[in-house]
Design a protein around this ligand. Structure first.
Ligand SMILES: *Cc1c(COP(=O)(O)O)cnc(C)c1O
Length: 306
């Protein structure tokens, strides 16, 4: 049994028409926890459960924490999610619904993370949100599914936070004979730690993170994501917060699915027609999902910016 599900691969006529190509959407928003994180986190949790882990610990108040909480409930293993005070009421509510223990500690993710590590014992499995080979192995299965559905993309578009999704997708592309196709990465301007690392050639620590796409908020990407830039053609792109939010709202109308601005960033590259896709026949966009926003929060953002 796998904790993540095979997700639909759907064609988007509105996005295809705008970009003069076929656009395929991998609908990771449909995963039980609401995002692709279910794949890698589910895979890691299954592995640690088989090793006899007595408890799962996570320091993510976002989609990684939700996936850990879901995995704990399904596997019958208690989950402890340590989150900073800045974590939204909605995220705490969703974690509580999964039956996870929620401990609020510190002003920042770094403080919550330190605390989570300090309470971990040898019987606990600590699940990192993006920097672990087990996660990448799990995320890579989304490309296996695309290949077995018979679609051969000429390019992939995806969002980058800490680089876990990117690392998994590159692994999946490579093992399916697609290591030659370009990957266009999306970040919002205030969260562009991958773009900075790509330019420098090594992970760079951003002085600060700003903006609405909180699930992209890693000040520094993982080393593996930067290494992939040497092995594959990866192009970093950025969008504004407003473009990411607008993309979420348009996507809700076009495809009846609500996603976070973190995912909207990737969709925005298609909605704004920024990418050089004219020579492509089949473009794959990872609709990575996200559970921590609401329609009214997106509409509120748009109102306050105007
Ligand atoms: C975690 C997450 C990302 C970023 O993924 P990384 O593996 O950290 O790069 C993007 N979008 C959503 C919705 C996420 O939950």
């Amino acid at each position: 049994m796998s904790l993540s599900i095979n997700t639909p691969l759907l064609e988007s006529l509105p996005l295809g028409q705008r970009n003069n190509t076929r656009v395929w959407m991998k609908m990771e928003a449909m995963q039980p926890s609401g995002s692709f994180k279910m794949r890698g986190v589910g895979h890691a949790c299954e592995y640690y459960a088989a090793q006899g882990a007595q408890r799962f610990i996570s320091s993510s108040g976002g989609n990684a924490g939700l996936a850990v909480a879901y995995a704990g409930r399904k596997l019958g293993i208690p989950a402890l999610i340590v989150v900073p005070e800045t974590t939204s009421e909605r995220a705490r509510y969703l974690l509580g619904l999964e039956g996870a223990g929620v401990k609020v500690h510190g002003q920042s993710w770094a403080e919550a993370h330190e605390f989570a590590l300090s309470v971990s014992t040898k019987d606990d499995a600590f699940i990192h949100p993006f920097d672990s080979p087990l996660l990448w192995e799990g995320h890579a299965t989304l490309i296996d599914e695309v290949a077995s559905d018979g679609v051969k993309p000429d390019a992939v578009i995806l969002s980058v936070g800490g680089g876990g999704l990117l690392s998994g997708v590159c692994e999946g592309l490579q093992r399916n004979g697609l290591g030659h196709i370009p990957v266009f990465t999306a970040e919002t301007e205030g969260m562009a730690s991958f773009k900075a690392a790509h330019q420098a050639g090594y992970p760079v620590m951003l002085p600060a993170l700003t903006g609405v796409a909180t699930s992209l908020g890693a000040r520094q990407v993982c080393q593996r994501a930067v290494e992939w830039s040497r092995e594959m053609r990866i192009e970093p792109w950025t969008v504004s917060d407003q473009e990411a939010v607008d993309a979420c709202l348009s996507f809700a109308d076009d495809h009846r699915t609500l996603v976070e601005p973190a995912c909207g960033a990737a969709l925005a590259l298609l909605y704004t027609q920024k990418l050089p896709l004219h020579e492509m026949n089949d473009v794959l966009v990872i609709v990575c999902g996200g559970s921590t926003t609401t329609l009214s929060a997106l509409q509120q953002f748009t109102k306050s910016e105007k």
